[in-house]
Write a protein that binds this ligand. Structure first.
Ligand code: SF4
Length: 429
């Protein structure tokens, strides 16, 4: 082997991702796949591993190890990987890159004990076509999509978001058609619609779709609704280009509901159905539970689904949230300044989950007993034709739980709390 040819081990730490979701479109280690191509092009030998493998699984002794990182609150998994591979290959130089490394470089160096931290986007690797073969071979399911970045960065600066710290300059491509060679396309742009060439990009996708070269597209981040309001014709283009599950963000207070309604109207006019659309909502944040409930109920009125996102500060380095237990701030971040408690965080999450089931399935109410198929079919069937009052009476008599999404729900794990006199609180837990 020539002296300048290196063996480089690329590592995705043992993140808490269910193994069946390993190749899920939200979790593909795209940065490592681009680095793999970049190093291969230079003639280096590379190996990609996902998790902390045992030494007997190795046929490769690396000179360098590059470990990716994701959310700051998954830092312990990065630390574990550094320690694991350090022990196995003590002579190899270890670099950590990715989101946590870029947001908290000093913490990352000290805490993980890596040799070096790489901050931001690797500009050379960014130009490479990701080495999808490395992940396809690891999973029996063929990868049926590819990831595209038509832009990097975001021109906005929301204070709960790290995008503008990691990718401070907004850079956009004019065209992406030559990058596409799979039937499904997932855009990892932070703010796709803000690309000044978005119309051109959507027209390219429409053309590819017309010729049956692509099937569907998705945007991992939500669409910027403010851009939709300025350029409503984008909605139709998105639909024609095959974008599915459109999502818009409602990060601010209830008073913004008219804008959100307008954005939804634009998407519906573009050809989407209300229950295909998701609204991103950040909770456990500055907006209090009561107002989040009002927002949730507004979404129920519109019959759109909610993509809820539990807030963690950008420097939070742990998250041991467990939905089925009573927990404290020692376990995960609870935004006490916004009057959130563990019970309220879990209550809101639970309300959203139940409401989404109702929105998806066209149900008027949720029942845990029904969800678990523990009620007789004829009972379930009977309630479909009943009014709200009839459902309440009937299921109360049968001692079967039920919940109407338009009730502000404050159960506090068994304790029924009073919210406002006129908003009756009903929760049968
Ligand atoms: S618009 Fe989205 S990507 Fe841009 S700063 Fe705000 S949250 Fe981040």
């Amino acid at each position: 082997m020539k002296k300048d040819i290196e063996r480089i081990l690329l590592v995705e730490p043992n993140f808490p991702i269910p193994s069946k979701s390993n190749n899920h479109k939200n979790f593909l280690p795209i940065g490592l796949l681009k680095l793999a191509s970049y190093y291969r092009d230079q003639g280096h030998k590379i190996k990609l591993v996902r998790g902390n493998l045992k030494s007997e699984d190795f046929d490769f002794k690396p000179d360098k190890i590059e470990i990716t990182s994701l959310f700051t609150y998954w830092a312990p998994h990065v630390k574990d990987s550094v320690a694991h591979y350090r022990k196995m290959f003590p002579r190899a130089k270890i670099t950590v890159g990715g989101i946590y490394a870029s947001l908290m470089p000093d913490h990352c160096k000290k805490y993980t004990k890596c040799d070096q931290v790489y901050r931001g986007v690797h500009t050379e690797a960014e130009k490479c076509y990701p080495a999808y073969d490395l992940v396809t071979n690891q999973n029996p399911h063929p990868l049926d999509y590819q990831i595209i970045h038509s832009s990097r960065g975001c021109p906005r600066k929301c204070n709960f978001c790290g995008t503008w710290v990691i990718e401070p300059r907004f850079k956009a491509k004019k065209s992406i058609k030559d990058e596409i060679n799979k039937r499904n396309v997932v855009f990892y742009d932070n703010n796709l619609l803000n690309n000044p060439y978005i119309e051109n990009i959507l027209k390219e996708l429409i053309e590819l779709k017309k010729h049956n070269k692509i099937s569907w597209c998705e945007s991992q981040s939500g669409f910027d609704g403010r851009v939709l309001i300025k350029k409503p014709k984008l909605a139709k283009l998105l639909k024609k280009a095959g974008f599915r599950y459109p999502r818009i963000a409602w990060d601010w207070g209830f008073e913004n509901y008219r804008d959100i309604k307008k954005q939804l109207g634009i998407l519906v006019k573009g050809g989407y159905r209300y229950n295909d659309i998701f609204i991103f909502m950040i909770y456990n944040w500055n907006i209090q539970f009561e107002e989040m409930e009002e927002k949730r109920i507004k979404c129920w009125e519109w019959k759109v689904q909610i993509a809820d996102c539990r807030y963690r500060p950008l420097d939070q380095t742990f998250d041991n949230y467990y939905p089925k237990e009573s927990q404290t701030s020692k376990d995960y971040y609870i935004h006490t300044q916004g009057n959130w408690t563990d019970a309220l965080v879990k209550q809101f999450r639970n309300n959203v989950r139940r409401q989404n089931i109702c929105a998806r399935q066209g149900l008027n109410f949720y029942s845990k007993t029904f969800e678990r198929m523990k009620a007789k079919k004829n009972i379930i069937f009977k309630t479909k034709k009943m009014s709200r009052n009839e459902v309440s009476k009937y299921l109360t008599k049968l001692k079967i739980d039920y919940w109407f999404p338009d009730d502000v729900t404050y159960s506090d794990y068994g304790l029924k709390l009073k919210y406002e006199q006129e908003k009756k609180v009903i929760e049968l837990y």
